[in-house]
Design a protein around this ligand. Sequence first.
Ligand SMILES: [Zn+2]
Length: 422
Amino acid sequence: MRFLPGLLLLALTLPALAVKLSPLAPKPDWSKLDGYQRTITHDEFAHLVNTVYSPDGGFWAFATLTPDHVTIYSDATKKTPEFTLHFAGSDATALPRPYAYKTHGVSTDPRTPLAGIKIALDPGHIGGDWAKLEARYFKLGDDPPVMEAQLNLITCKILAERLQSDGAQIIWAKHGYEPTTDERPDTLHHEAIAALAAPAGGSSPSDEIFGLPDLSPRRSHVRAFSESRIDNEAALLFYRSAEIRARAELVNRQHPDLTICVHYNADDWGNPDHPTLSGTSKLIIFVNGCYEKSELADDDKRYDMMRKLLDRDAASEEKGCSLVGREMLEAFGYPPDNFNTSFARRITDVPSVYTRDLLANSLYHGPVIYCEGPYMNARDAYYRLIAGDYLGRRTIQGQSVPSIYRQYALAVERGVLEYFAK
Ligand SMILES: [Zn+2]
């Protein structure tokens, strides 16, 4: 189907929205946070905002704090309040939270330490026919193609088996290579035009969803072609926004105690048909936090941040990400990734653990451990990845090694067992 020239469509859809929202976000129902009234003290709230969720202070541009309450406004003019949270007078008098996620094991049987625990697994990306569109595909010569969604799913299937044998109930955010969302790029053109027309400064699906930079070669050409720019934006909305939102909706209905997002990282590989291999993998695990001021201009982002904060996910995520992060560093021996920016900060004494606001770790309710594993195109991982999954050890590039997928899954399982044991 052909569309009218993009600029004309832009002109037809420019009327300003009353509420600023990030792409495809529903308008939040702030009254859902009323269940958190008097569940947190002023001091704990301010501490979590200042240290985990808004270390650049951007949140306070949209909120006013008093000893008794915090009021959140619809924008930085602070004229229209949208929610007021009243604080508990002390920890002793704080009311219970609406939902308590289990952070300690409840099993009395040492053979099944995770019995009674629900764990959601989110194997990152869609894969299959969509792998090239989502720019998570490359192929080196006659080697089998590398598709990140496939690597993530293989790892999650092994992890699921292990966690189930530990007694856990597994919830899948996506299983197979079909999208969880019913949307497709073709159904999102109207939303794509709206996203392109939105004023700059807020969050965009183009730059902040995953740990990786956007690797799509098409991005550099889109400015010259209005129709292809709309197509490109619709594709991004499909696989970066609609898909993740659908996964979160599916998972949140089932109240898992912990959600684990599994990814493999990469260096820029250039042309996917003539990819570049790089040297060394690095490891990184994300705790939700570090919302930037520009992101918090979006109504839904302020809401999501508040919900994460009020659920007290930070402490659980710091514990879980540290335990998994330490196991990953030990298992692989790769160095931790090292970047301190306005959108990611070190948060624990495990050097691979950073706070970062990703769509997945902000939309899943309850604690989330977001893992970025070995680099798909690093020489220390690539040959092991294309060898596929296997039992025991094999000699690859002169070294006797286990399946990289099993090594990843085992490290996460160990961290999860420690998380529920401590
Ligand atoms: Zn990924």
